[in-house]
Structure formats: C-alpha cells, structure tokens
Design a protein around this ligand. Structure first.
Ligand code: SAM
Length: 249
C-alpha cells in the first residue's frame, strides 16, 4: 500500500528529526504505511569536500546564514506533482488546526529548517510556497517547529489514532476547546469524577461534554466563541454556563 501523505524534513540535524519520527504516533503512522516520513540531510545537497551549508552573512553584522544552493537543490530533487514547500520561520503565517486539516489533504509536504541567523532570502524567492511560524518566539532552528506541524498533521490521517473520531473531539476541531477529562480512580483527595460521566446515560454525557466545552472556551478563549455560529442547544447550554458563572449574556 502506498502512503497517502509523504513528508520530507530538510535539515542539517537529520538524527534529531529521525529520533522523533521514530517515536509514538509518528512511528505508528510509518509502520502502518499511512505516512512516508523522512529526515533529509541537507548536506547531501551541498558541494565540496566539507559539504558546507552555511556562510557568513553579507553586510557586516556577523553571524551565519543558510546557503541558497543546497536548499534549492534539495527542493528541486524532492519536489513532485502537488508538493507544498514550507519554510519554517518566525516571520511566517501562524500554524493552526485549520492548516493542519489543509495539509493532511495534500500528497507531499517538504519542510525546510533554518538555523543560525536564518535562510538566504533567495531560497524564499526561488522555491518556497509558504512560510510558517509556530508562534511569536524565536527557536534556534526549524526542526522542532517542523516536528510540531508534522505531529499535528499526521495524527489526523485516518487510522493513526486508536479511536476513530478522536481528532474530531479535540480542542479547536469544532471551534471549541475540549472540556475536562477523567479516568480512574473515581475519587482522589476529595475530588470526585462528575456523576454524569459514570451514569451510562449517553445523551446526558454528550450534553455535559458540550456544555463543559462551551464553559472552558468561554472562560479561556472567548475569542474562539465569538467566531462561532451557535445552534439552539448551544445557546441554551451557554446561557446555563453564564448563569452558573454569574455572567451576563
Ligand atoms: N533571524 C531570524 C529572524 O529574526 O527572523 C531568526 C532565525 S532563528 C534563530 C533560526 C531558524 O529557526 C529560522 O530560520 C527558522 O527556520 C527557525 N525558527 C525559529 N523560530 C521559529 C518559529 N517561531 N516558527 C518557525 N520556525 C522558527
């Protein structure tokens, strides 16, 4: 069976990336043949006996910059029909769950990991389709950022998660944060699992989960709630939450 999604992560630290690809859900996706995940050594595309991938920045401010030739050669070798080439960069568009769902529908993703002061601007101009950031902070390299994105995407592939539909219930999937979760024991240091979860009443459990998802989103991310079109049941549940939290609509 051929994998529905191929991902190449181009890096000067393939062993670092490979360690994560060989663990947990990513390993499972590989073993089941659901995703073809590869750490690609950028040095394979560098020339000369030392296979140099970075050089001093022009302009005299000091520091190293990733060279244009190896990155462009790597992309030209890897790219095929339908490939999306993504440069990890703190200056890129912010990665989110919506984009994870977009990427899982593509056949091939190529991630380019910068290091040092960043990547020669001409890489962006010549071969990059989009720049992606994982947040407003600066990492020392693109590898961890690429792995964050790959993990979020691969777990959406059908068959990767143990429970079908698990991804659908996750925070952000429906525009809401997921509510609280419990497992055994039923009572720990005076804190009990809510009775409804032990009741076996599926309709009541579903209603409770929805209400707690609305409560958590209201309290932690009201900006998400403001973007949603709520149906009649949600409006009723939200009104209950607002009363319980002593708030006004
Ligand atoms: N000088 C660059 C700037 O100010 O935009 C930052 C370079 S950073 C030290 C080195 C590399 O780490 C970047 O080229 C990028 O690949 C990666 N990186 C750092 N922060 C990131 C973030 N928030 N999201 C995605 N990639 C990031």
């Amino acid at each position: 069976m051929s994998a529905s999604l191929r991902i190449d992560i181009v890096t000067i630290f393939p062993e670092m990336v490979e360690a994560v690809l060989a663990t947990g859900m990513l390993r499972k996706a590989r073993e089941l043949g659901l995703a073809e995940l590869r750490a690609v050594d950028l040095r394979e595309y560098a020339e000369g006996p030392h296979r140099v991938t970075d050089d001093a920045a022009f302009g005299g401010e000091g520091g190293q910059v990733m060279k244009v030739e190896p990155m462009v050669r790597a992309v030209e070798a890897l790219r095929g029909e339908g490939s999306r080439v993504i440069l990890l960069s703190p200056q890129g568009e912010r990665f989110d769950q919506k984009r994870a769902w977009e990427y899982v529908g593509l056949p091939h993703l190529v991630f380019l990991c910068g290091r040092y002061e960043g990547v020669d601007e001409r890489v962006r101009q010549l071969v990059v389709d989009e720049e992606l950031s994982v947040g407003d902070y600066v990492l020392s390299g693109g590898e961890l950022a690429a792995l964050v994105v790959v993990d979020a995407v691969v777990r959406l592939l059908p068959g990767v998660l143990n429970r079908p539909g698990a991804a659908r219930d996750d925070s952000f999937a429906s525009g809401l944060l997921e509510g609280p979760q419990y497992t055994r024991p039923r009572l720990f240091r005076g804190l009990a699992v809510p009775e409804v979860l032990l009741s076996g009443d599926h309709a009541a459990v579903r209603r409770w989960r929805r209400k707690e998802a609305l409560r958590r989103t209201l309290l932690r991310r009201p900006d998400l709630l403001a973007q949603l079109q709520l149906g009649p049941e949600d409006r009723e549940l939200l009104a209950e939450v607002l009363r319980e939290e002593g708030r006004m609509l």
